[in-house]
Design a protein around this ligand. Structure first.
Ligand SMILES: [Zn+2]
Ligand SMILES: [Zn+2]
Length: 885
């Protein structure tokens, strides 16, 4: 690749492309003994505190804490990063972007301040040839060591070293490792300055730009402000690649950096706009440019648009890009084209972009199509609403209307606002927000709702203590009856019918976490009940029971006993569900996230994020992995711990889900660790066997697998066996193993028979025609054949056609009867037509005799009739008609 090198007069920098800068940095630190690691995925690995990697240091955390041993004690990376807290600001200024890359060199107990400082200087001043007088180091005011290195070892004059306080130059995050920093600032020149004689790094103006931060992790903070020296001291540095590119390319902001500018120019090309001409367009151009970069890298790392967690971040980013494309007047789909530019600009450093190109483009196109559908539906409604309001002279779109657009059509309210503004209208934001709040409250209430219960019984429920659940380890227990609820009202006693019971404790699992509620029996000396279902709301377990005999009253102590066989089947399916999820991630990739699940005694149903239908091979691999886990008969155990240690164990959990302080961590064998409140087997071997029943689509980007285990597999086998036995019997196969052969030979027999039948039929109709033709007679200029035949209309037409083909002057008229229905079919040869015969007219006249209607072309026609006893008259009439011609 040829690179044009030229010097920007303003700051004397050697122009270097972003891709070249990245390479220069990494190979420089390789030459200093660092191991070059590829960028980590944007999806944090086992770090649930983070949605997306947002700094070069984030994926290194486990090396710094000593939790994991780094592959070498000095490494360097260029890390993909995404930051979205100020998503709405992106585009409005040229300073905000969501995607950037971070260069960093790291030492884990290896080199320290002296090397870090020297190499930073050597790279900027030596390799990149940034003039000395444009570089300003800063140190923490109490860090004399760093100050001395800058002054004595590097030779920076004291006037050029800035001392800054704790807020700027001390890195600290609560208790734990911390330490001073030393930053390097770049002087952009007086024209960016405030003019103050004190203007230097740390000043509020734009003149000095921080480009590199070196963190010296040196102390441990005990949490009370006592600092002790760490035994293992670390170096953690970070330099924004785009920011460095700004310096080296002499440009003002990220959007002017070569690789980014290329995307921006393509946006302008597609939209036919010029950047820098119109402030409003510029915002949209920047939004699209930035967002397509983020989206491309997120999808490449396995994020799929969804309504949750990082999937939702991606969806917002893509939709925002779509919308701003529309604002720029782009009518067609355009994101794919831009995506290809992003891939082309980055695939040397990130070869996975090339590998996943088709996949990335597919995700983008799908999401763009989905958004366009939403927009099209909403736009129509909104524009008629706007013209209606304008006619009435009103200026405000009501909160109700905006909410309806949002709630029913998924139309984003900021878009409603924007379009309203363009039409000189506004949206009643207050009313809209109130409706949103109301909806949220409704949703909350719905979650705590038990269907069919009156408000008073709901009140009652909220006063009852949480039920103690002892069903993880027990199949039966004695419990005190706290409340009886019948027809939604609390009663003191009950002696028949169905009602709901609440106890102080229970062994019955209340439906939740995708697992059905338990069934079973409740007994006492004077009562017997069947438990039909068990539900749970706010920790209170509700047993829906049918009283078989006897009577109950509040305060009774009863014996609760679950249906153990059913529960064991549920356990098997639930544990298999966890194994299934782990296997899917192994086979399909880490983008697989749970989108819903359901287990009962018959089957397991698991919904997950994935774009394409699974292939037969993929399903077979998943099945094989799950069964291998089962056959190893590994032990399963549960542990109640705090959320932090659960995370450390790598427990999978949905983002955005709120867990209490204490969580239940379920490990199924060695391959699955999850937060789960359900009931499980104690060894994977208990599952018996796992079989996938079906794989299907639930929604765009969401697939569903259904499977079964243990006795369910046995039932499946029995069912298949029945089918085979039945089939063998029908096929008269002695041995079921031969049914395929038998079926194949039957097939070819049928084929042969069909062929023979066809030729026999052909011969037969030939004979029929022959015998019919004997009745042909000369009527004037025509050879006429009329007949009443038993035949379906189409075969009668075939007969007609053969007459027509044989005799150019022939006219054939048949009354064809099949299934008691009459049809007339007529045909006239070319010569006959020339002489005036008209099949259509003939039929029109004769079918009328039989009470029917019809007609057709001169050479061919068909009609119906109802009165079968008049057929002879009708056919006789043909001769008279022909005589007239
Ligand atoms: Zn200043
Ligand atoms: Zn579970």
């Amino acid at each position: 690749m040829e690179i044009n090198i030229y010097y920007i007069e303003d700051n004397k920098m050697k122009w270097t492309s972003l891709n070249e800068l990245r390479e220069k940095f990494l190979s420089f630190f390789e030459s200093k003994g660092h191991l070059r690691l590829p960028s980590f995925s944007l999806i944090p690995n086992n770090d649930k505190s983070l949605l997306l990697i947002n700094s070069g240091m984030a994926p290194m955390k486990k090396y710094f804490t000593g939790e994991e041993v780094p592959p070498r004690n000095r490494v360097c990376t260029c890390q993909k990063c995404i930051r979205t807290p100020d998503l709405e600001r992106v585009g409005h200024t040229a300073r905000h972007g969501t995607y950037f890359e971070m260069l960093g060199n790291f030492s884990f107990g290896d080199y320290f301040k002296e090397e870090a400082i020297s190499w930073a200087w050597e790279f900027l001043n030596g390799v990149l040839e940034i003039p000395k007088d444009l570089l300003w180091p800063s140190v923490y005011e109490e860090d004399d060591e760093a100050y001395a290195i800058w002054r004595d070892k590097i030779g920076v004059s004291e006037a050029h070293i800035v001392k800054l306080g704790k807020a700027d130059n001390f890195w600290e995050h609560g208790s734990g490792p911390c330490g001073p920093c030393s930053e390097i600032y770049f002087d952009r020149g007086e024209k960016y300055g405030c003019g103050s004689p004190d203007c230097k790094p740390g000043c509020d103006c734009d003149r000095f730009m921080e480009i590199w931060n070196n963190v010296f992790s040196q102390f441990n903070n005990d949490g009370a402000g006592n600092y002790t020296e760490l035994v293992q001291k670390n170096i953690d540095t970070g330099m924004g690649l785009e920011r460095l590119a700004c310096v080296m390319q002499g440009v003002d902001n990220l959007f002017e950096v070569d690789t980014v500018r290329k995307i921006l120019d393509t946006v302008c090309e597609i939209s036919n706009k010029k950047y820098g001409e119109n402030a409003k367009d510029d915002i949209s151009i920047r939004v699209v440019t930035d967002h397509i970069r983020s989206a491309t890298f997120m999808i490449s790392d396995g994020v799929i648009p969804s309504n949750e967690g990082r999937g939702y971040v991606l969806r917002r980013i893509l939709r925002r890009a779509c919308r701003h494309g529309k604002l720029l007047g782009i009518e067609r789909k355009f994101l794919k084209e831009l995506c290809e530019i992003v891939i082309g600009q980055n695939d040397n450093a990130y070869p996975e972009l090339k590998e996943k190109r088709d996949y990335i483009l597919k995700v983008v196109v799908l999401e763009e199509e989905r958004f366009n559908t939403t927009i099209d539906a909403g736009l129509g409604i909104l524009s008629s609403l706007i013209s209606e309001l304008k006619e009435k002279g009103e200026k405000i779109i009501s909160g109700e209307d905006a909410f309806k657009l949002y709630d029913t059509f998924g139309f984003p309210v900021d878009l409603t606002r924007e379009i309203a503004e363009e039409a000189g209208l506004s949206v009643d934001n207050g009313a809209f927000t109130a409706l949103m709040e109301e909806q949220k409250t409704r949703a909350r209430a719905a979650r705590g709702n038990v269907s069919g219960w009156s408000d008073s019984s709901k009140d009652l429920l909220s006063k009852l203590p949480e039920t103690e659940f002892v069903g993880y380890d027990n199949a039966e227990c004695k419990a005190t009856l706290l409340s009886i609820i019948m027809d939604g009202e609390e009663v003191e006693t009950v002696n028949e019918g169905e009602c709901s019971l609440v106890f102080n404790k229970t062994v019955f699992y209340g439906e939740g976490g995708g697992q059905v509620g338990d069934t079973g029996v409740i007994l006492s000396d004077n009562a017997s009940l069947t438990v039909i279902d068990t539900k749970k709301t706010n920790g209170v377990f509700i047993h829906e029971v049918k009283i078989e005999s006897g009577a109950l009253k509040k305060g009774d102590v009863l014996n609760l006993k679950i249906d153990t066989d059913r529960r064991l089947s549920i356990n098997r399916n639930h544990s298999a569900c966890h194994l299934l999820q782990a296997a899917l991630r192994k086979v399909l990739g880490t983008h697989v996230e749970q989108a819903g699940s359901y287990v009962d005694e018959h089957r397991v149903r698991f919904d997950f994020t994935h774009l394409a239908a699974m292939t037969k091979e993929e399903i077979a691999r998943v099945e094989a992995i799950v069964n291998a886990n089962i056959l190893m008969s590994e032990s399963c155990y549960t542990e109640v711990s705090d959320i932090e240690s659960a995370r450390k164990k790598g427990a999978m959990a949905l983002f955005g889900e709120k867990y209490g302080d204490k969580v239940r961590v379920v490990s199924i064998g060695s391959s699955s660790v999850e937060l789960c409140g359900g009931t499980h087997v104690s060894s994977t071997g208990e599952i018996g066997l796992f079989k996938v029943i079906s794989e299907s689509s639930v929604a765009a980007g969401v697939r569903r697998i259904e499977g079964t285990t243990g006795l369910g597999v046995l039932a499946l086998l029995a069912e298949k066996e029945d089918i085979i036995t039945e089939t063998a019997k029908e096929l008269k196969a002695q041995n079921p193993a031969t049914i395929a052969k038998k079926a194949a030979s039957l097939q070819s027999e049928i084929k042969e028979t069909k062929r023979e039948l066809e030729s026999a039929n052909a011969k037969l109709s030939e004979l029929k025609t022959q015998s019919l033709l004997e009745n042909i007679k000369q009527v004037g200029k025509f050879k006429l054949l009329t007949a009443k035949i038993e035949a379906r209309p189409d075969s009668a037409r075939g007969l007609c056609d053969s007459v027509k083909a044989k005799f150019s002057d022939g006219v054939a008229v048949f009354a064809a009867i099949s299934d008691g229905k009459l049809n007339f079919v007529a045909a006239a040869g070319p010569e006959a037509v020339k002489c005036g015969a008209h099949a259509g007219n003939i039929l029109k006249e004769i079918s009328a005799i039989c009470g029917g209607k019809g007609g057709g072309r001169p050479d061919s026609a068909m009609s119906g009739g109802r009165e079968l006893d008049k057929i002879e008259d009708a056919l006789a009439r043909v001769e008279e008609i022909l005589k007239q011609y």
